[in-house]
Design a protein around this ligand. Structure first.
Ligand SMILES: Nc1ncnc2c1ncn2[C@@H]1O[C@H](COP(=O)(O)OP(=O)(O)O)[C@@H](O)[C@H]1O
Ligand SMILES: [Mg+2]
Length: 167
């Protein structure tokens, strides 16, 4: 299980629907920090939503919550940024500029998805079908005229053995 389920129930107020609305960047960072601390490697988290939906903010909050200090920059041009922690390594991907999923092979994509790693992936659909399947999908939608974000969280690990992708 890539996340502590009991913990998940406490951070997702609507229980089984795994849906919540976060008002403002500060609330997003705080929630993401708690969510990030509940992740158990190996874990693959897809962050899905349009440009400006808050995917990078969410990743930044998770990294900060897990103790990453210093800048957490968007990996738009580098495709991936590593963050080494004592207990695990985070890889933050942004595949928006990936021209062809085949490029993932040249990056040695499998090596990033090791047993002590947590991978946070923005624009995972660009990596289909070479990107490993998700354990957790978080979809972000703008709400309240853009002042808030609605998060929908799905645990996908159950389907993983069947090789299915995006939730
Ligand atoms: N929960 C939220 N409510 C309102 N605005 C938010 C929220 N989370 C993030 N934002 C804002 O959304 C903007 C885009 O965020 P970003 O994380 O760069 O999006 P993406 O990576 O999806 O393109 C930022 O200005 C950020 O402050
Ligand atoms: Mg981004």
């Amino acid at each position: 299980m890539p996340i502590d389920r009991n913990y998940l129930a406490t951070v997702c107020p609507e229980g089984g629907r795994w849906q919540l609305t976060l008002n403002g960047e500060e609330a997003m960072m705080a929630w993401a920090g708690r969510f990030g601390r509940a992740l158990i490697p190996p874990c693959v988290v897809y962050l899905q939503g349009t440009l400006g939906a808050g995917k990078t903010t969410l990743a930044r909050g998770m990294l900060r919550g897990c103790g990453v200090q210093g800048a957490v920059k968007s990996p738009t041009y580098t495709l991936v940024e590593p963050y080494e922690l004592p207990e695990m390594t985070f890889y933050h991907f942004d595949l928006y500029r990936l021209g062809d999923p085949e490029e993932l092979e040249f990056m040695g994509i499998r090596d990033y998805f090791g047993p002590r790693n947590v991978c946070l992936v923005e624009w995972p659909d660009k990596g289909y079908p070479l990107l490993p399947a998700a354990d957790i999908c978080i979809n972000l939608d703008l709400s309240d005229g853009g002042r808030s974000r609605q998060l929908t969280i799905a645990l996908c690990s159950e389907n993983k053995s069947e090789g299915s992708v995006p939730c």
